[in-house]
Design a protein around this ligand. Structure first.
Ligand code: URA
Length: 305
């Protein structure tokens, strides 16, 4: 039970980090947590096989609003120590040749390979190498590590719609991630990994040279960080407290304008026009700075409550 509470707490932290200010919790679920806490408090200290430290209370900014399915129970994972971040040196040549060399480097990298389960893939970015806009997300999820392509699962489908709303096609931009592998958690009862966790600082540090190399090769005009992990990777670890402190504004990454916005999964969890509008206003800024045409209709998207 203690591990279940830790897993719930970690998921709440992850959601908070991704910019989620509230989650829906049914009265039934709250009752179950209260009962569990009461019985844990009543149990003798030696009872139960679990040795994990006590669960911390959920972050205060997360409020109960409405019923949702119970969170998936995921055991805590110990992330193995990683070696120094790799020095990425690409050969001279055109963009395609350099990108292919990078792809070979990343997919052959022993640390990346060691961090994906058998049959799953190391994931590099996707899109046109002439992109003027490059989106940066967090890490591959379940679908991405199967297909070996970023943003192909539910969040990716929403990102594709967001790109289309900007008057572009997915093939007109480049989409990368901070991480090249799906941050692992133990398989649950012999099944594949259930759920995702944000990467550790060490994992991000290891993969960042590969992202920098992609930015170098593609040389986009503008960067868009999707969510807290991407923003931390590009702006610096712990360089801000809450995503709201940096989102919706222009920053600098190696001389390139960087817009920080929410991750699409922020909308998937609560698809209200209010939230869609928040991301959309950030994307309007990207369109303006990227000198993309903006129609009156586009300006008005998601204004209805
Ligand atoms: N979320 C991400 O941040 N990246 C992906 O590739 C998929 C989901």
């Amino acid at each position: 039970m203690r591990q279940a509470l830790i897993a719930v707490t970690e998921e709440l932290r992850r959601l908070k980090g991704a910019g989620v200010g509230s989650v829906a919790v049914s009265d039934e679920a709250l009752g179950a947590v209260r009962r569990a806490l009461r019985s844990a408090a009543a149990a003798p200290a030696s009872a139960g096989p679990e040795t994990a430290p006590p669960a911390e209370p959920p972050p205060p900014a997360v409020r109960a609003v409405a019923p949702v399915p119970a969170p998936v129970q995921v055991p805590r994972v110990a992330v193995p120590a990683l070696p120094e971040a790799p020095a990425v040196k690409l050969p001279e040549g055109d963009k395609r040749a350099r990108w292919e060399a990078l792809l070979a480097l990343v997919t052959g990298d022993p640390v990346c390979r060691a961090n994906v389960r058998p049959g799953k893939k190391v994931v590099l970015g996707v899109g046109t190498l002439d992109a003027r806009i490059m989106f940066v997300g967090e890490a591959p999820g379940g679908e991405e590590e199967i297909q070996g392509e970023p943003f192909v699962g539910p969040a990716g489908q929403l990102l594709t719609k967001m790109i289309q709303a900007m008057g572009l096609a997915r093939a007109d931009v480049y989409i990368g991630n901070i991480m090249n592998w799906r941050p692992q958690m133990p398989a649950v009862e012999g099944r594949d990994q259930v759920g995702n966790r944000p990467p550790t600082e060490e994992e991000m540090r290891y993969c960042l040279p590969f992202l920098r190399a992609q930015i170098d090769v593609v040389n986009p005009q503008l960067l868009v960080a999707l969510g807290s992990t991407a923003a931390q990777g590009l702006l610096g670890f712990r360089s801000f407290k809450a995503l709201g402190d940096v989102r919706g504004r222009w920053h600098d990454f190696g001389g390139k304008p960087l817009m920080v916005t929410y991750h699409p999964s922020y909308i998937l969890r609560e698809p209200t026009n209010r939230k869609k509008r928040l991301i959309w206003e950030d994307l309007l800024k990207v369109m303006e700075r990227g000198e993309l045409p903006v129609s009156e209709r586009q300006r008005g998207y998601f204004l209805d409550k």
